[in-house]
Design a protein around this ligand. Structure first.
Ligand code: FUL
Length: 491
């Protein structure tokens, strides 16, 4: 071979190498979400509706002996509920088919304590059916909450009750179409009516045998996600509080097979073995159920936005509760507030000021265009900026070409290949000088994880001509699908 041929061969193998490197997609890192989990995460916000016999006794929990004649909601309109939720930006509804008092909102064949023995529609009504239909009409997904604790049932605490519970679950998951989620509340055991025993009952830890129930649920509904006890691999988790605030550091992972330690619900487990994302549940009022005394305590748009930033903006979902009034409707203040909240979310995020900015990065995977820096602001959630496998520290700069004023920054990882980033920082070029940006939250965890979506709220507006994202530590090469910049109006 002459020197020319050698040079050509070398060039060809270099090209081949480069080509291979450009097409080698990053390998998944750790547990990844299922399509059904991602389906819920992408909904971002969905509603809880709390309604039961205790709506009529003005209590948060029914005792299980509430008089069935109390249930006669003459204005009940599931379409109003579904419309309210849609207008609040909710993508689905989770309904309390049965709360702790044991009253069933559907005519279950396994108990007399249900709508079938109330004056409402002469006992011929089915609230679950009306809501399932209304959700479909409004383009919302539907799901149920079924309280494992039942203060009405005489056999609560005995094996017979677990069978009853599974029978009810079978009715719900068989007769009302596809459900995206099933919610098994953690409140369990205590005092109750229990068929007249009127006593306090404690249940053993393994009472419900969740493993068997989870298997049954998955057998009945192929695409359902289970909220609950991670000892048996639930799909999503409680975040440890009912304020709607997830931790700034939040891994969508847990260690399945053991109960989460305190704190892990809010932050996840960095090296957890299962994808179990956090869902923040909170009520639009102080209580979960309707109380007229709380009519003046409906959360403000500012409070709801704060919750949104601390749930959806911290790699989680938001499950926002609307209580149903005794007449069977959602209060107009709650409906109006929900719609205002949705309008505000749209106002803040409709105009991404990073679109059109020139993106550059310290390193791009295989030098390939496919993983270029510009993938963070190309409006395509399926494309992402990536580095080589061995690069876990890198920077990406957006050059706006002119001063831009902003106060919110959105970061998204391409989580289909796992959650990776452990630590990052942000800087802005202000009047020719790079200044470090900080989150409104003073926590040291403020710029740790990113996940599916992380929203940084700056304490004040910044006017900068460039924005720089520094990935300071990552489990594997970072995959960033979005770096967005927004300006939120003052509320
Ligand atoms: C709790 C229950 O005890 C409340 O009543 C409410 O349903 C809330 C969502 O979960 O554990």
């Amino acid at each position: 071979m002459n020197s020319k041929t050698i040079a050509a061969a070398l060039a060809a193998s270099f090209l081949l190498l480069t080509a291979c490197r450009t097409v080698c997609a990053p390998a998944p890192c750790g547990p990844v979400p299922s399509e059904d989990q991602l389906g819920i995460q992408d909904m971002e916000t969905y509603a809880f509706l709390h309604y039961s016999m205790n709506t009529y006794t003005d209590e948060e929990w029914g005792y299980g002996n509430e008089d069935l004649s109390l249930f006669n909601p003459l204005k009940l309109d599931a379409r109003q509920w579904a419309r309210t939720c849609r207008e609040a930006g909710m993508k689905g509804i989770i309904f309390t088919a049965k709360h702790h008092c044991g009253f069933c909102m559907w005519p279950s064949e396994y108990t007399q304590y249900s709508v079938k023995n109330t004056p409402w529609k002469d006992g011929k009504g089915d609230v679950v059916r009306e809501l399932a239909d209304a959700c479909r009409e409004e383009g919302l997904r539907f799901a149920v909450y079924l309280s494992p604790w039942d203060r009405n049932h005489a056999a609560y605490g005995q094996p017979e009750y677990v069978e009853y519970f599974r029978n009810q679950l079978t009715e719900l998951l068989t007769n009302y179409g596809d459900m995206f989620e099933v919610w098994f509340d953690g409140a369990n055991g205590g005092n109750g009516w229990y068929g007249g025993a009127d006593e306090t009952r404690k249940i053993p830890r393994d009472y419900y045998d969740w493993g068997t129930t989870y298997e049954m649920v998955r057998g009945l509904q192929e695409h359902i996600c289970i909220w609950g006890d991670n000892t048996h691999v639930a799909d999503l988790r409680w975040i440890g509080n009912e304020n709607g605030f997830i931790g700034e550091r939040n891994w969508a992972l847990l260690e399945s097979g053991r109960k989460a330690e305190p704190g892990e619900l809010s932050s996840g487990v960095e090296n957890g073995n299962s994808w179990v994302f956090g869902e923040a549940d909170v009520s639009i009022r102080p209580g979960w159920f309707y109380h007229a005394r709380e009519d003046g305590k409906v959360k403000t748009v500012a409070e709801l936005m704060d919750i949104y930033y601390k749930s959806v903006g911290r790699n989680g979902t938001l499950l926002l509760n609307f209580p149903i009034m005794p007449d069977g409707l959602i209060h107009p203040t709650d409906s109006a507030r929900g719609a205002e909240f949705h309008r505000m979310v749209r106002t803040v995020f409709e105009n991404d000021l990073a679109v059109g900015a020139k993106a550059s990065a310290s390193q791009v995977r295989g030098g390939s265009r496919k993983y270029a820096a510009s993938k963070v602001n190309d409006s395509d959630p399926e494309s992402y900026w990536a580095t080589d496998d061995d690069v876990t520290e890198a920077e990406l700069t957006l050059d706006f070409g002119k001063p831009v004023e902003f106060n919110r920054i959105m970061l998204c990882e391409y989580v289909k290949l796992g959650q990776r980033v452990k630590k990052f920082s942000l800087e802005a070029l202000v009047d020719g000088e790079w200044v470090a940006l900080r989150d409104l939250s003073p926590s040291p965890d403020a710029m740790s994880t990113i996940g599916r979506k992380r929203i940084i709220c700056l304490p004040e507006n910044v006017t900068a001509s460039s924005l720089r994202l520094n990935i300071l530590d990552s489990k594997a090469c970072p995959l960033i699908s979005r770096l967005g910049v927004f300006i939120a109006p003052e509320i």
